[in-house]
Design a protein. Structure first.
Ligand code: NAD
Length: 362
């Protein structure tokens, strides 16, 4: 297969972790006989520095014509002046909207070897395997913003169509998993949440009678996610609640550096990025965990290129690297932590071990 992949390293640790993912994708292409063409473009703070805009026209155009986009992260203290005219995050929000990427999939399945890094009791974590489906192009992040010297407001709005399509996507995903959907809202207070709950109930009942749906208020969900995470299968929620709950869920896995994400629309083109940010506190020190970015590359293969065996192969290689104790500093406790490059090499070594059976099968 030939595929055009746009790489947007972005800011902070973004370039370090996307380089790792590109190395792994290159190895997969070699092992399986594919041709992936990588085009690097600017986004976020790096783009503001280079040309004054967080999403240059050239970057947007390249993304609109690619098979998939691999992103690092955007933002950092250099561009965080609240009075700044342009901000790095605007580039990412505009890109998600321009590509129509309304569904953000964030799988969370703690790895047995990394349980020690999680601040949660290990017996609560065994067998946890959940998927958060976050609405990505609506809600308060995209609503009208007002500011006067003594007042500020952010509008949160959702249309029926926006809720229907994300709940439908979540139901389809639940159907292919354990058939359980938890819809999270704040229906006791917010009108948008009352609409959300009404639409979610109808879509599940009319179109997915085989999917079992339950509703949770977001504040209770924040507690249940830590107290009984094993009970959840697919969790669907609006933009801001999903953003916050998945950072919380990362603590089930042990580190933000382990969680990948896929942002999808109605077609096959998607944007793949770790759920973490640009981590300015560790940027440039070669110590970032590359696994979330590498696992995002696996999601890219599965969802945009439909290369399921190749995606499985990457996920197995990361899993084996973790089993073998290939821990970066965010996961390591007593052992000496690996650098970003060394952790990437550990994954590449396990990918290479898989090469022989593939060649023989051909
Ligand atoms: P962050 O996710 O960047 O970092 C939070 C903590 O987790 C830090 O201590 C960091 O060192 C650690 N961490 C994150 N990723 C790691 C990795 N791969 N390996 C090891 N440790 C890792 O969140 P933040 O500090 O709140 O935000 C920093 C910047 O990133 C801000 O400008 C924010 O706006 C931006 N941000 C961008 C995105 C995105 O691009 N999608 C998402 C979240 C935050």
């Amino acid at each position: 297969m030939h595929a055009e992949i746009v790489v947007l390293p972005g800011d902070g640790i973004g370039p370090e972790v996307t380089a790792a993912a590109v190395d792994v994708l290159t190895a997969v292409a070699r092992n399986f006989g594919h041709c992936f063409n990588f085009q690097h473009h600017l986004i976020g703070g790096a783009a503001i520095d280079a040309c004054g805009a967080p999403l240059p026209e050239e970057t947007l155009h390249a993304c609109q014509h690619a098979d998939a986009v691999l992103l690092g992260a955007v933002g950092g203290p250099k561009w965080s002046d609240p009075n700044a005219r342009v901000r790095p995050e605007q580039g990412l929000l505009a890109l998600r909207q321009a590509l129509g990427l309304y569904a953000n999939l964030r799988p969370v399945a703690p790895h047995p070897a990394a349980l020690g890094a999680a601040p949660i009791k290990p017996h609560l974590l065994a067998g946890v395997d959940l998927l958060v489906v976050r609405e990505l192009t609506g809600g308060i992040y995209f609503g009208d913003k007002q500011r006067s010297p003594d007042h500020a407001s952010d509008l949160c709005s959702y249309s029926v169509v926006e809720v229907e399509r994300i709940v439908r996507r979540a139901c389809q995903l639940a159907r292919a998993r354990r058939g359980k959907l938890t819809s999270v809202d704040k229906a006791n207070v917010l009108e948008t949440s009352r609409l959300w709950r009404e639409v979610a109930t109808r879509v599940a009942r009319e179109e997915f009678p085989d999917v079992q749906i339950e509703h949770q208020l977001v504040d209770a969900m924040a507690m249940h996610l830590l107290a009984r995470p094993r009970e959840y299968d697919v969790i669907v929620t609006e933009n801001m609640f999903g953003d916050i709950l998945t950072d919380e869920a990362s603590m089930l896995a042990g580190s933000l550096g382990l969680l990948p994400s896929a942002s999808l629309g109605d077609g096959r083109r998607g944007l793949y990025e770790p759920i973490h940010g640009s981590a300015p506190d560790i940027a440039g020190r070669g110590m970032a965990n590359p696994y979330a970015s590498i696992l995002s590359a696996a999601l890219l293969l599965r969802h945009s290129l439909e290369l399921v065996d190749e995606a499985d192969c990457i996920e197995r290689a990361v899993s084996e690297a973790l089993h073998a104790g290939a821990f970066t500093a965010d996961l390591a406790s007593t052992t000496a932590p690996l650098s970003t490059r060394a952790a990437t090499r550990a994954v590449l070594a396990h990918l290479c071990e898989e090469r022989q059976p593939i060649v023989m099968r051909d």
